[in-house]
Design a protein. Structure first.
Length: 609
């Protein structure tokens, strides 16, 4: 056996273990070894290139054989780790104990020189590459993940060749190191100690309780997993299998139970691998459950969660029926499938909600464009309808989704536009209503005015003006309403004047009727807006002429005076009618149509007699 003293230090131990693995698994030196001694526990980390395949059981066996072959052992408790370069977590771990039955060694050979080392801040170096100085690496980090495994290598170390220190491996080589007498004494001591150590190893003589106990633990692990089928049961089963493996792993090669122990160790490791594969699926499931907490989530999150459930189901589906975790895996597949279906439903609902939300956004964009271009009631109606479509689309976004929460935020941002469009459309409707009614009253007023129904026309013009004045400012109908107000005001004034003229004409007709009719009819008349035309009847002229001749012949001064007064009164009456009607008046003889006289009303100028 080789002693730890011959290796001189942990650096030499690392080199020895690395050489052992390189010779067996990686001739191209694509691996590295790091040893940590913490709290009297030896931890050996093996890191290799991802492209290099390292069969874990064989690697563990080779390392364990080297460590158990040392006297005294570097530590009674050893934990081995296998890790791929670039990853933080190991993919395989083994823990075992080394029993030291040799009290002490004698006459140790002088220590060999240490191999050259350089500082590095990267991952555990592969052989042929830069490696950190183990003694300069802090030994107080987490026992599971040393600090050097969390860094990247920055430099390379020159490859070592024949200059690497060698150690005696045969008795002949040791004889060259020791004097003959000392060698004989050492050989005898080693033989005695070796025999004593061999018979004290477990299950060498007699029965083997360790095997029975390990089988019991293994059976309990499987029964526990079949009965409970929970994550806690899986962890408990894994721990029991580890204990079962620990019990039989130390049975030595020379034991009659070694073959059984070797088969049990292989079986336990296979079972443990199945548990690890199941645990990996559980890890995906746990992450899926974690990511799905506190919903709602956007579609991409639900897709990630669904992918994790699918990965967990796929991994569990690879577990064969012969595996102790097959029943557990089938139970979890059913459970995870239900979870996957639920997540797919949430994803479908969220995608539907997102599509509905996008519809609302598109409607909002169209509504905003319509609102910016709106100039009349029809355009504002379109903008208002577009915002109503947006609001309806937002309300249709399914509740309980991320899109529903986004819809609430969008509604808050859209609300001012929706209110503005609604109010403006209402104002435009009011304005258009008043404007259209004003137009209607104006059309009716024009008809009445054309029929000289001045009272009706005046009333309609007044109503048209009232409606036009109620058109709200800032509306598209306001400017047109102002034009109506100006036009209707003029038309109303004209109607009022026309009504007044009509009244005066009616009064003139009444007055002329009084003047022209009597015991002896005096005249005939016509009254038009342009003036009054009076025709003196021939019979009246003959009557006055005869009366005048008679009074002259009889020298009847009183009659002559009465005739003159009657003529003047008649003329004054005609002037009064003209002044009252504000119309010019003309007198004609009806017999020949000759004009007797004319008069202009005072308001229009001085009249003529």
């Amino acid at each position: 056996m080789e002693t730890l003293e011959k290796l001189s230090s942990l650096e030499s131990l690392e080199q020895r273990l690395q050489q052992c693995l390189s010779d067996r698994f990686s001739p191209d030196n694509a691996l590295g070894v790091e040893c940590l001694l913490e709290d009297e526990k030896l931890k050996v980390w093996v890191q290799h290139d991802p492209a290099t395949f390292l069969e874990e059981q064989s690697a563990f066996a080779a390392l364990q054989a080297v460590l158990e072959g040392m006297t005294p052992p570097p530590s009674s408790q050893v934990r081995l780790y296998l890790k791929r370069e670039g990853q933080k977590q190991p993919y395989a771990v083994r823990a075992f104990k080394i029993t030291d039955n040799i009290s002490e060694t004698k006459t140790p050979p002088p220590p060999l020189p240490k191999p050259p080392v350089t500082q590095s801040s990267g991952d555990l170096p592969l052989k042929g590459k830069t490696r950190p100085n183990p003694r300069s690496t802090a030994k107080s980090h987490s026992p599971e993940i040393p600090e050097f495994l969390e860094k990247r290598r920055q430099s390379d170390l020159p490859e070592t060749g024949n200059d690497r220190p060698t150690f005696p491996t045969t008795w002949e080589e040791w004889r060259q190191w020791l004097p003959l007498g000392v060698a004989a004494a050492v050989a005898g001591s080693l033989l005695v100690l070796g025999l004593g150590y061999a018979v004290t190893r477990p299950c060498v003589i007699g029965g083997c309780k360790a095997i029975a106990r390990s089988q019991e633990l293994s059976q309990n692990a499987i029964q526990t997993l079949d009965a409970q089928r929970s994550t806690e049961a899986l962890l408990a089963a894994r721990q029991q299998l580890n204990q079962a493996e620990d019990l039989v792993r130390d049975i030595p090669l020379w034991s009659v139970h070694y073959g059984t122990a070797r088969d049990l160790v292989a079986m336990y490791r296979n079972q443990s691998q199945a548990l690890d594969q199941t645990a990996a699926a559980l890890s995906h499931a746990a992450l899926a459950g974690q990511k799905s907490q506190n919903p709602p989530h956007p579609p991409q999150v639900w897709r990630e969660v669904a992918g994790l459930w699918e990965k967990a189901i796929a991994e569990l589906g690879l577990i064969p029926e012969s595996s102790p975790t097959y029943g557990f895996a089938q139970h979890k597949i059913s459970e995870y499938q239900a979870n996957l279906e639920a997540i797919e439903q949430r994803l479908a609902l969220e995608e539907k909600a997102q599509a509905q939300l996008q519809t609302a956004k598109s409607a909002a964009e169209a509504a905003q464009v319509s609102q910016n271009l709106a100039r009349d009631v029809d355009a504002w109606q379109l903008a208002h309808a577009s915002w109503k479509t947006t609001l309806y689309a937002l309300r249709r976004v399914p509740k309980g989704t991320q899109a529903a929460e986004d819809a609430q935020q969008l509604f808050k941002s859209y609300e001012p536009h929706i209110v503005a469009a609604r109010d403006r459309y209402a104002q435009e409707q009011i304005a258009a209503n008043f404007y259209n009614q004003a137009l209607s009253f104006g059309d009716r007023a024009k008809t009445a005015q054309n029929d000289s129904e001045w009272t009706t026309a005046i009333t309609l013009w007044q109503q048209g003006l009232a409606h036009a004045r109620q058109v709200p400012p800032q509306t598209s109908s306001y400017e047109d309403a102002q034009i109506l107000i100006s036009s209707y005001t003029k038309s109303l004034d004209e109607a009022v004047r026309s009504q007044r003229r009509q009244g005066l004409m009616e009064r003139a007709n009444l007055e002329l009727s009084t003047i022209c009719t009597g015991t002896t009819p005096i005249c005939e008349y016509t009254v038009t807006p342009k003036g009054i035309k009076v025709q003196i009847l021939p019979s009246y002229i003959d009557y006055i002429r005869d009366l005048a001749q008679t009074s002259t012949q009889s020298n009847d001064k009183q009659t002559q005076t009465a005739i003159d007064a009657h003529k003047q009164s008649l003329i004054n009456s005609f002037k009064a009618v003209s002044n009252n009607a504000q119309l010019p008046i003309e007198l004609y003889q009806k017999s020949d149509g000759s004009k007797i006289g004319a008069y202009e009303p005072k308001e229009m100028g001085n009249g003529n007699g």
